[in-house]
Design a protein around this ligand. Structure first.
Ligand code: ZN
Length: 316
């Protein structure tokens, strides 16, 4: 049996080495990073500016070929494509946020899902919420993810019309589908909601769909035939005014970091367990007086993003 302490020491010393290299050689070129894993030492390691306002205030995408760099909650988007504000089967909402940008694969996905939604009774298409900022990156408000142009929020409000003015799109609210803290769906739920989410899940480009636990359990109970699509429907907090679609990294995109796929199976038991815990919350754990104070979350700096994000930010 390997000596655990020894392994831990080794890990620590290599981490220390990486830290020393990354903090000393702040102006190094890419080549000098060869001996350090990319995850530990991004190239722009001397840039400790907070990334949020830098990306949040870029009005346009970078003039680069399309690429997603990093992971959903720590990355950026090169060559972002704009989802048209209005299309034959969709409208982008809250235009003032300027978050109707994504990797071309995401734009194509949203448009194709909106065509499928438009076939549902009572749905003219889709109202599309936040995608990404023009160059992705961390957002000024809301969302930890949506950073690499592969996440999309789709409103639960079935579109009755697709001629909303920009002002109407600021004022209108979506509808919530949840009841009892997300344990159940409410009367706004329709079979069509399920069909739209199912259509999204059946698209091979999709990695995950986040929706509140009660919706997942409802779909588990109502699904007939092939249940494979349920695997991608992931119960999560919030997500009752919209569902969130996350695409896999497009094929051949170097530098785009996929999330591990969901565990095998339909995930229905786990969703039911979550619902049960909403209905019968476990007693709160007694506080450990010796527990370390939780550290405040550090803001994402340019140095903590993938190195390519510096070029994305400074590109024309
Ligand atoms: Zn989202």
């Amino acid at each position: 049996m390997p000596n655990l302490l020894f392994i831990q020491k080794m890990k620590f010393s290599s981490l220390l080495a990486a830290f020393l290299i990354s903090s000393c050689m702040s102006t190094s070129s890419e080549g000098s990073n060869n001996d350090v894993s990319e995850a530990v030492a991004p190239v722009a390691k001397s840039d400790f500016r907070e990334a949020k306002p830098l990306f949040g205030h870029k009005p346009l995408p970078s003039k680069q070929s399309a690429a997603s760099f990093g992971s959903y909650a720590k990355g950026c988007l090169a060559g972002g494509e704009r989802l048209a504000e209005t299309g034959p089967t969709w409208q982008a909402m809250r235009l003032s946020r300027n978050r109707n940008w994504g990797h071309p694969e995401l734009i194509d996905f949203v448009e194709s899902l909106s065509r499928k939604a438009a076939q549902q009774e009572g749905w003219e298409g889709l109202y599309v919420g936040d995608l990404s900022q023009p160059r992705g990156g961390p957002m000024l408000t809301g969302h930890a993810s949506h950073q690499i142009g592969l996440d999309a929020d789709i409103w639960m409000l079935p579109p009755q019309r697709l001629d909303l003015t920009a002002q109407e799109r600021e004022n209108i609210s979506s509808i919530s589908l949840r009841r009892a803290g997300g344990a159940y769906t409410n009367d706004n739920w329709t079979r069509q909601h399920q069909e739209v989410m199912k259509a999204a899940a059946e698209d091979p480009r999709v990695a995950r769909i986040f929706v509140f636990p009660g919706a997942k359990v409802r779909m588990c109970n109502e699904a007939t035939g092939d249940r494979a699509w349920l695997n991608k429907i992931r119960p999560w907090y919030g997500h009752h005014y919209h569902f969130h679609v996350r695409l896999k990294c497009p094929d051949g995109l170097k530098g785009c970091v996929d999330q591990a796929p969901p565990p095998a199976g339909d995930g229905c038991d786990a969703a039911q367990t979550w619902v049960d815990s909403i209905l019968n919350p476990p007693p709160p754990k007694p506080r450990d007086p010796n527990a370390p104070k939780p550290q405040p979350k550090r803001p994402i700096t340019m140095a903590s993003l993938p190195a390519q994000c510096s070029a994305v930010l400074s590109s024309q």
